[in-house]
Design a protein around this ligand. Structure first.
Ligand SMILES: [Zn+2]
Length: 332
């Protein structure tokens, strides 16, 4: 058949909740519009999830009218932290006890019999955003922070992702933030990594959830509608997104606090890397359009007379970016 000579690439984005997959040709064109979603079933452990990854890839191939024979290689991204070769560290997104130290790249490669290239999801998203904004330019620097259950980070220079020697470069979620600016009640938040005052402990759905619990335990906002929602998982924190958009004072205050903390993080990164732009991606920023502006405004305050070059904008396509960014990486 006419398709026999195609060279195809599959991109697979594994999140804590679902898996998204896509297929491109050798020129990077995506071969179909509707991206299949498959549950990751991460709470059932990595072996189950690897099976789901294969299902997601095969659904994508089906939509593309393609077969494994046409696939040159596969890109896989997952929540970090992880080594360059896809050996996972402890992630707040992955709860099963077999996840830490699981070699997901190698396991997926064994399951499908095709070369698998690995990236953490923050790096994949940032690589794609760089390509979208700057094409093949080699003279730009892009920093990215990706908010979700945790806080991912990435730095792309000239189209190349700064991975670090072992894969743990640009883990901006674990940069310490100034508690003397951000903590007013003496209760310094503890990060999922075990350390105090990491950026992720201030800026993430997990951080929102913690703040909300503290406020309710203190008896504040006794009539707030979120008191009716069970304190399980991130259900209440996720609801804050919509409430903030409707003008809820508590939700807006919490996002303002996150924006302030994000500002302190960005100004540290601006002093370290002086990028052309920061991109803010992920789930939480959609809560409030002003959050990016507030972030930039607050980031300028501590720069003490030196103009910060923080030019933050929201990622316009964070999720497809991850898929297609993964594909782009797979093609290299
Ligand atoms: Zn940490």
């Amino acid at each position: 058949m006419a398709k026999a000579n195609r060279q195809l690439f599959v991109g697979v984005d594994m999140g804590g909740t679902d898996i998204k997959a896509t297929v491109t040709d050798a020129d990077g064109n995506i071969l179909f519009d509707a991206f299949p979603k498959v549950l990751s079933l991460a709470s059932e452990g990595p072996k189950v999830t690897v099976g789901q990854l294969k299902i997601a890839a095969e659904k994508a191939l089906e939509l593309a009218g393609a077969t494994w024979d046409e696939v040159i290689s596969v890109g896989l991204d997952t929540p970090g932290p992880a080594s360059l070769d896809g050996v996972l560290g402890r992630s707040p997104n992955l709860k099963h006890p077999e996840w830490p130290n699981f070699a997901i790249r190698a396991a997926f490669e064994a399951a499908i019999g095709k070369p698998v290239k690995y990236s953490n999801d923050g790096n994949a998203a940032a690589a794609w955003e760089y390509h979208r904004l700057y094409g093949d330019a080699k003279d730009k620097i892009l920093g990215a922070v990706i908010l979700g259950t945790g806080l991912g980070g990435a730095l792309v220079q000239g189209g190349d992702v700064l991975t670090g020697v072992r894969g743990y470069g640009a883990e901006f979620g674990h940069v310490r933030l100034p508690t003397y600016e951000l903590v007013t009640d003496g209760d310094v938040p503890v990060c999922g990594c075990g350390k105090k005052a990491c950026a992720e402990a201030f800026i993430s759905l997990t951080a929102l959830d913690r703040q909300l619990r503290k406020i309710f335990e203190r008896g504040e906002h006794p009539e707030h509608p979120l008191r009716q929602i069970p304190d399980e998982g991130r259900a209440r924190a996720v609801r804050l997104l919509g409430l903030a958009q409707k003008g809820d004072a508590l939700a807006q205050d919490l996002f303002d606090q996150q924006a302030k903390a994000l500002g302190f993080l960005l100004v540290q990164l601006a002093h370290s890397f002086d990028p052309h732009i920061f991109l803010i991606g992920g789930g939480s920023p959609r809560a409030r359009r002003p959050s990016a502006r507030a972030t930039c405004a607050s980031s300028r305050k501590p720069s003490a007379g030196r103009p910060s070059r923080c030019s933050a904008r929201r990622s316009k396509s964070h999720t497809p970016a991850i898929w297609t960014g993964r594909v782009a990486a797979a093609r290299r």
